[in-house]
Design a protein around this ligand. Structure first.
Ligand code: CA
Length: 234
């Protein structure tokens, strides 16, 4: 994947990391010859299904940061060959199913009653259900934008878009990526009095919203942070 960083002032180095599911997958630094640099990062399985890249530099003792979420498609990375042997025994009571793929891959089989297929009921899971489950490992504020395109009652495709993930200050930007920063540099934070233990969370301007107000369709925060990453059905 190709990224471009652009700084508003000249700095010697820009640092970046890629985090996914609470792990730092890539950590690197860029030598800046100008205020812009394009670089590429090899995608890996660790980044599936959703990752965020956080870039930062330090200017006059203050950490300046930015972040972006992106989706990484992890399904069908390896070719899978499935063989069904209907004649495992002569009375055909036993069916043998074997899967073959590259080393390190994971194949799962799901058995389903024939009637469910006939009546077209939604009782089996698909790759998007697995992706949605994996996405719950991240907080609601830092997922890629996605949209379901329906081709019929059951058939749909999910499309993903990279999404900005920066907070109002550097501290929030790192927090959205699931990171806690230990540094003697200044990682700025807008002060607030929201008691998160009691279910109050800070808007970007320092005012508070309640946990029940997350994704209730009403913007309690002027910046809409309480309505970020919500699921909508169409
Ligand atoms: Ca709300």
């Amino acid at each position: 994947m190709i990224f471009t960083v652009r700084t508003s002032t000249w700095v010697e180095k820009v640092y970046y990391l890629i985090a996914s599911k609470g792990n730092i997958v890539v950590l690197n630094q860029l030598e800046m010859q100008s205020s812009q640099k394009t670089f590429s990062v090899a995608l890996s399985r660790d980044m599936v299904p959703s990752s965020r890249i956080v870039a930062w530099y330090i200017l006059n003792g203050e950490v300046i940061s930015d972040a972006l979420n992106f989706h990484v498609n992890g399904s069908s990375l390896n070719p899978v060959e499935v063989r069904v042997n209907m004649g495992k025994d002569f009375v055909r009571d036993t069916i043998e199913i074997s899967g073959r793929t590259d080393p390190g891959s994971y194949i799962a089989f799901s058995g389903l009653d024939y009637d469910y297929i006939v009546y077209d009921t939604s009782t089996f899971f698909d790759e998007f259900d697995i992706i949605e489950e994996l996405e719950t490992y991240d907080s609601h504020t830092n997922l890629s934008f996605n949209h379901k395109w329906y081709y019929g009652e059951m058939e749909y495709e999910k499309v993903y878009f990279p999404a900005q993930s920066y907070g109002v200050d550097s501290n929030t930007t790192f927090a959205y990526a699931g990171l806690i920063v230990y540094t003697d540099a200044n990682v700025s934070r807008i002060p607030h009095d929201c008691n998160e233990t009691l279910g109050y969370f800070p808007c970007h301007d320092g005012s508070c919203y309640e946990i029940q107000q997350i994704c209730d369709g009403v913007r309690q925060c002027e910046d809409g942070v309480d309505e970020m990453g919500c699921k909508f059905s169409n």
